[in-house]
Write a protein that binds this ligand. Structure first.
Ligand SMILES: Cc1cc2nc3c(=O)[nH]c(=O)nc-3n(C[C@H](O)[C@H](O)[C@H](O)COP(=O)(O)O)c2cc1C
Length: 210
């Protein structure tokens, strides 16, 4: 078992993934970690769709690519002008290339885990995602601990209704992410973040904690 710190600080978006199959017992381990996460009131009103069907993945990839072509790609390019904390231009350019790579090859990733929530007849509320994203992070960390790569992706939600119909979700169930899971082509590296002091405040916003 790897050290928790090692896992947390090297769980990065891995967007270049091999099409090679992933053993079912590893997928089960990832799903168990997801199910161990908290949900509001312990309602556990989630469902985890495991998608391997190439045709279903291909149909959803069309929307994932369309969202990129219709704006997301441009947004990434604009970020070069205002670099996120802890990033360098070179790293950001690599990220942009990797985002494009995953967009084009999304459906070729062998397994997708699609975390969903039963949102009832009212539809999702502002806090709904808080009952599914802890499960997502547990799954990303477990995939990393097994040497598998993944990325939290939400872009398909720009065409959420269309994609959820392809997934065969009933009206009361909404997908909140797609986690493409596969063996990474490259190596895991440390996450890039800015100085902790720049994002931590004391008592009232604006007073430095450190
Ligand atoms: C809410 C959310 C949505 C995201 N959606 C996508 C996505 O659709 N496609 C993608 O390639 N990455 C997506 N990401 C991954 C982030 O871009 C990535 O985690 C971030 O750039 C930090 O990079 P790192 O994980 O390598 O440190 C998403 C992350 C979050 C938290």
């Amino acid at each position: 078992m790897a050290d928790l710190d090692d896992i947390i600080f090297s769980t990065r978006a891995m967007r270049r993934l091999k099409p090679d199959p992933v053993p079912d017992d590893m997928i089960e381990k990832i799903l168990r970690a997801g199910q161990a996460a908290p949900s509001g009131g312990n309602a556990q009103n989630w469902g985890f769709l495991v998608v391997k069907d190439p045709e279903i993945k291909r149909q959803v990839q069309v929307y994932y690519q369309r969202a990129y072509d219709e704006g997301v790609g441009k947004h990434y390019a604009e970020r070069l002008a205002s670099m996120p904390a802890g990033e360098t231009r070179e790293k950001l350019e690599r990220q942009i290339a990797a985002v494009h790579h995953l967009t084009v090859h999304f459906h070729e990733v062998p397994v997708w885990i699609v975390p969903c929530l039963d949102v009832g007849p009212r539809g999702p509320l502002g806090m709904s995602g808080a009952s599914v994203y802890p499960a997502v992070q547990n799954m990303l960390l477990t995939a990393r601990s097994l040497g598998l790569g993944s990325t939290l992706t939400c872009r398909h939600m720009m065409f959420g209704k269309e994609c959820d119909a392809i997934f065969g979700l009933p009206d009361n169930v909404v997908s909140f992410a797609i986690l493409p899971v596969g063996w990474p082509e490259g190596k895991f590296g440390p996450v890039a973040r800015g100085p902790l002091a720049s994002v931590v405040h004391k008592d009232r916003w604006g007073t430095p904690y450190f």
